[in-house]
Design a protein around this ligand. Structure first.
Ligand SMILES: O=C(O)C(=O)C[C@@H](O)[C@H](O)[C@H](O)COP(=O)(O)O
Length: 357
């Protein structure tokens, strides 16, 4: 068992990481709750919901099972969950458990943050990607204008991560999760970056996967502790997301998995870092690795003007300027305000380049 602790400014909470921990859940829930609501999706429910219900050892466990996919992270579902929670009779002494990937974690966390002005919740990530989204208290739903535009910072009581659940993931999910790991590696840890680039996604050794995820969590935890509300260095965790989120919204949620969009965003941020900062980066190796691992990086023609318009709804925008996270070197991120026309030009060059290589 590995136990980490997040010392965030607003709340200190544990992260338990252990294969099979789902079978002894009640040992890790620190308080008595009158009711427990587990929010999950259909894929995860089929595999793990029975185990969870059984190991909670609680008489009043309710469940809400949603269809899988980013499209549920929206206002109507959020409202419907509130309605069900009221019908189940959840009170301020109740607990919500977010059992699933990033979509479930963000949505269930935001319900917890707002139900009766906020009740306790626990993040139980079941994907690689959610090693990132379950830590740090960012909870949100999407608006049709963009990703995560309605949300809050609201820390969980605990993160309980059963690494066994990572072994049932489809390859698309593994790819998606590894993009967030690459992000953490590139902003903070060259050795993690080299280790990731040495693997093949369809042939990962479990111990290696666990090591990558643990490293990713530690990098994330460190930045969250320094800057919980994202005033400064937490923004580095948004590396690759400026274009990534714009692509997800422009192409329609679910066309690309979140991490697949972030992977393209990372490549773009590296391309811009080379152009603007003359940074010496292994962008070609990264591009090769993404291709070798079947990341969908060749996109249909997209209008740079509309992508930049979309990027202007990014939360890092200052004084109407898109602010990108760039790299001076691996492990040395900086924030860079971008001129709109220059950004459009760079996007055009970037898409030409990746589509012609
Ligand atoms: O925790 C953070 O900070 C991040 O930026 C992590 C991102 O990987 C994550 O996808 C996050 O939800 C995106 O944040 P947003 O603030 O740009 O919506």
């Amino acid at each position: 068992m590995q136990k980490l602790q997040i010392n965030a400014t607003t709340h200190i909470y544990p992260i338990y990481i252990q294969a099979g921990i789902r079978h002894s859940l009640s040992d890790y829930i620190a308080k008595d709750y009158d009711k427990i609501l587990v929010i999950t999706d259909e894929n995860v429910a089929t595999l793990y919901l029975a185990d969870i219900r059984c190991s909670l050892h609680h008489e009043q466990v309710y469940t809400i099972t949603l269809p899988p996919g980013e499209h549920v992270k929206q206002l109507q579902t959020f409202y419907d969950i509130h309605t069900k929670a009221l019908q189940f009779g959840l009170t301020r002494q109740s607990l919500i458990i977010a059992l699933g990937g990033g979509v479930i974690g963000d949505l269930a966390g935001f319900v917890a943050a707002t139900y009766m002005r906020g009740i306790d919740y626990i993040q139980m990530p079941t994907t690689i990607l959610a090693h990132d989204s379950s830590v740090g208290g960012k909870v949100a739903i999407n608006h049709e204008y963009g990703k995560n535009l309605i949300g809050q910072f609201y820390s969980p009581q605990a993160v309980i991560y059963d690494m066994e659940t990572l072994q049932t993931l489809p390859l698309k999910e593994v790819r998606s999760g590894y993009a967030e790991l690459l992000k953490e590696a590139l902003i903070a840890e060259p050795t993690l970056y080299n280790s990731i680039l040495s693997i093949k996604i369809n042939n990962i050794v479990v111990e290696q996967l666990k090591m990558h995820v643990r490293n990713g969590i530690m990098i994330k935890a460190n930045l969250v502790e320094k800057d919980e509300k994202e005033a400064n260095e937490r923004k580095y965790l948004n590396f690759g997301h400026t274009l990534g989120h714009a692509l997800e919204t422009t192409l329609g949620y679910g066309t690309l998995a979140h991490g697949e969009a972030v992977a393209i965003g990372i490549l773009f941020a590296m391309f811009v870092s080379e152009k603007k900062l003359s940074a010496q980066l292994p962008t070609k190796d990264m591009y090769r690795w993404l291709l070798d691992n079947d990341y969908p990086i060749h996109l249909q023609e997209l209008s740079s003007t509309s992508l930049v318009k979309q990027m202007k709804l990014d939360k890092k925008v200052v004084s109407n300027h898109v602010q990108m996270v760039l790299l001076q070197a691996i492990g040395e991120p900086i924030l860079q305000k971008m001129d709109e026309a220059e950004l459009e030009g760079l996007l055009e060059q970037f898409f030409k380049k990746i589509n012609n290589v």
